[in-house]
Design a protein around this ligand. Structure first.
Ligand code: ZN
Length: 384
């Protein structure tokens, strides 16, 4: 028995694809796993019960947003993030590194990052130590090392600086981590599109013997092919018996490819963000419910879906009407469906891996999914 409460059990391998289980103090989640994103401590438009009904076993919350508002001190005072957001299963918090990277005006040096607080305009200082202090207070089961996310495209010098800082910062995070027996600290592999930098970063992080590893600096505009090239190269550099998390990815075809390369965990705002702009996933591709063709459509979003919207009998025509009338229920039903679509995707992939038929499952899924594909009228939804 490990002395740590968290433990990754590899249950099956099929090619490079894996099925596993990660145990935390707040229960287990099975992998491949998709984590719906709860930026402010809430999955947009869904109650925790509704999130649970999609099959999600772990959710993500953002350190950066929660530190600015309501502040980690208040969350800690109210018992931590689990009771605060009424989610008693596993939670992962990011480090804030990616959010800082997304800000227009920030200063980053070896010490950390400085930027303006978008809530009250004050100056914020986010260092590896501060990120861990916030995450210790929030109390998620998995916390992330503070990293420097290199923009895309980046020249090699900039990417190398990102790797150097990420490694130094990870060491500082390990030193600052006050709750290592309750919270698993994952390291993040950076290196942009430079495979030798990815290799250097992965090797150094593996030497730190962390309970899990992530591939970061992807989903920053590099596209599906580059994402596949980076992930295919980096995944096998990570320890076999620890979970591997691909950050911020992605569309269904990205997830399926990454599972095939041996990644285990995923998070993305796509299912909930697209849902709010009427873009929903079906087994035959994505459709836009505001399109006039659904005005009299009596069918559910996807007849094969068992989510609360589809199995609940809500028609495309009704959803079309709700979106046009700007009813809040449109966001609820579409989010319920899209998150369930992603959870079914990883659950089916897991089932196929356990039965040794991942390749045939993937071929069948993608053939059906590409049958109609993304229609031109969906393009606007991606901007949402
Ligand atoms: Zn559905």
């Amino acid at each position: 028995m490990s002395e740590q409460p968290f433990r990754f059990t590899l249950e099956a391998r099929d090619g490079a694809a894996r099925a596993g289980r990660f145990s935390t103090l707040h229960g287990d989640f099975r992998t491949p796993a998709f984590m719906p994103v709860g930026t402010h401590g809430a999955i947009k438009a869904l109650t925790p019960d509704q999130v649970r009904s999609t099959g999600a076993e772990i959710v993500l919350a953002n350190t950066y947003h929660l530190a600015l508002r309501p502040g980690e001190g208040l969350v800690a005072k109210l018992g931590g993030l689990h009771p605060f957001m009424r989610w008693d299963g596993p939670i992962l918090t990011d480090s804030g590194g990616f959010q800082v990277f997304s800000l227009p005006n920030k200063t980053i040096d070896d010490r950390g990052a400085r930027f303006k607080n978008e809530v009250d305009g004050s100056e914020v200082d986010l260092t590896p130590e501060r990120s861990i202090q916030i995450q210790n207070a929030l109390g998620a089961d998995i916390i992330m090392a503070f990293d420097e996310c290199t923009p895309y495209p980046a020249d090699e010098r900039l990417a190398a600086t990102g790797v150097r800082r990420t490694l130094q910062w990870t060491s500082r995070c390990i030193a600052a981590h006050a709750r290592p027996r309750e919270q698993a600290l994952f390291g993040i592999v950076q290196g942009s599109t430079y495979l030798h930098l990815r290799e250097r970063c992965a090797a150094a992080l593996v030497g730190m013997d962390l309970p899990g590893y992530a591939v970061g600096g992807v989903s920053v505009g590099e596209g599906h092919e580059e994402l596949c090239r980076i992930t295919a190269y980096t995944a096998p550099l990570l320890p076999e018996h620890k979970p591997r998390y691909l950050m911020g990815v992605g569309l269904p075809e990205d997830l399926i490819a990454a599972i095939g390369f041996g990644m285990d965990m995923f998070d993305c705002v796509i299912p909930t963000r697209y849902a709010r702009s009427a873009s929903v996933f079906t087994r035959r591709g994505r459709i836009r419910l505001t399109n006039r063709r659904y005005r009299r459509d009596a069918f559910p979003i996807d007849s094969s879906c068992d989510c609360g919207a589809c199995a609940g009998g809500f028609s495309r025509a009704y959803l079309h009407h709700l979106f046009n009338a700007n009813e809040i229920l449109s966001a609820i039903l579409a989010s319920l469906h899209n998150v369930r679509f992603y959870e079914r995707l990883v659950t089916e992939a897991r089932g196929a891996i356990l039965e040794g038929r991942f390749e045939s499952w993937r071929a069948e899924f993608l053939a059906g999914y590409a049958a109609s594909g993304t229609k031109p009228d969906d393009a606007a939804a991606e901007e949402g």
